[in-house]
Design a protein around this ligand. Structure first.
Ligand SMILES: [Zn+2]
Length: 304
């Protein structure tokens, strides 16, 4: 994967909250796997890594302005030759690419509806969101209440050290998966799935997660076509077969069965919320090979 040095990034799509993204709040209340909304919005990943996740309502004193973040417009300006050494700028480019793709693609799958941009928020340790407060242990997630993505970038280190998913392309895959949940939110798929079963091998939750993986695959297929803020420059100059296999390895590494085994337990499909390694790999690949979100119908699929 090569990033285009000449691309102009749109820093308005990412907020760097620094370490002040969350000032108030108490402990976590809802265990993941308990189902409900929490099970749906949480990504991929960290359900089991962090040992648990939960969200509680933000309280009024959580509204203090955030501070401590970087001015990404400046740090990631094209005039800075070192910008792509900065993980924040690389991830800003990924977010720009994913949203550039959906701006093109979303109208095609909705008879002309406009894609609504969703911000990504970088935070450290703890953050207050429209879905309540969360800490880094939950992993990256999409909050349907405020329609934003949240990520503590140190998560990528954990992905590498705990799951051996250490290719750089793991990062855009993770973000593209989260934006997949935003697409589901815009399409109303989240809301429909919230009525269904939340855990188990063919639950609505698993179908949502696998669909988000498939959407990540369709983005990956078209990522080199995505354009920068000016519309003139591609964001990526190349994405290689190695990058794609890194995304597939990541999808595989964070399957529920693999995580359960690594956590020392036996595999229990009743607790699956995200799909097995084989399923995650399959659906990412299906998205990638077809390049078409309409081939991501995990709800209509007879086998997952
Ligand atoms: Zn997810």
């Amino acid at each position: 994967m090569e990033l285009n040095e000449r691309a102009e990034l749109d820093s308005s799509q990412v907020n760097d909250l620094g370490s002040s993204g969350g000032s108030g709040g108490g402990g976590f209340n809802l265990p993941i796997g308990g189902g409900g909304l929490a099970g749906i919005i949480i990504t991929v990943l960290l359900a089991l890594i962090g040992g648990g996740i939960g969200l509680h309502s933000a309280t009024s004193d959580d509204n203090s302005p955030s501070s401590g973040g970087t001015d990404l417009g400046q740090a990631c300006a094209q005039s800075n030759p070192d910008r792509f050494k900065n993980v924040k700028c690389r991830n800003l480019l990924y977010v720009n690419s994913i949203q550039s793709y959906w701006q093109q693609e979303y109208p095609k799958i909705t008879s002309g509806k406009k894609y609504e941009l969703a911000d990504t928020n970088y935070f450290e340790n703890r953050v207050n969101t429209g879905c309540g407060a969360a800490d880094s242990g939950v992993g990256p997630f999409y909050c349907p209440q405020d329609h934003q993505v949240y990520i503590d970038l140190s998560f990528y280190n954990e992905l590498s050290s705990r799951f051996g998913a250490d290719g750089e392309f793991a990062a855009p895959y993770v973000l593209a998966h989260e934006y997949g949940h935003h697409i589901q939110d815009l399409l109303g798929t989240n809301a429909k799935a919230a009525q269904g079963e939340q855990t188990g091998a063919s639950s609505a939750s698993v179908r949502l997660e696998l669909q988000a993986d498939c959407y990540a695959g369709t983005w990956a297929k078209h990522a080199t076509e995505s354009r920068d803020k000016t519309g003139q420059q591609p964001l990526f100059t190349s994405i290689t077969a190695t990058d794609i296999s890194q995304a597939i390895d990541t999808a595989e590494a964070i399957g529920d069965d693999t995580i359960q085994k690594k956590s020392g337990g036996s595999v229990n499909p009743d607790q699956f919320t995200h799909g097995t390694s084989a399923q995650r790999k399959k659906w990412f690949s299906q998205g990638y090979q077809s390049g078409n979100p309409e081939n991501c119908d995990t709800f209509g699929a007879s086998s997952l």
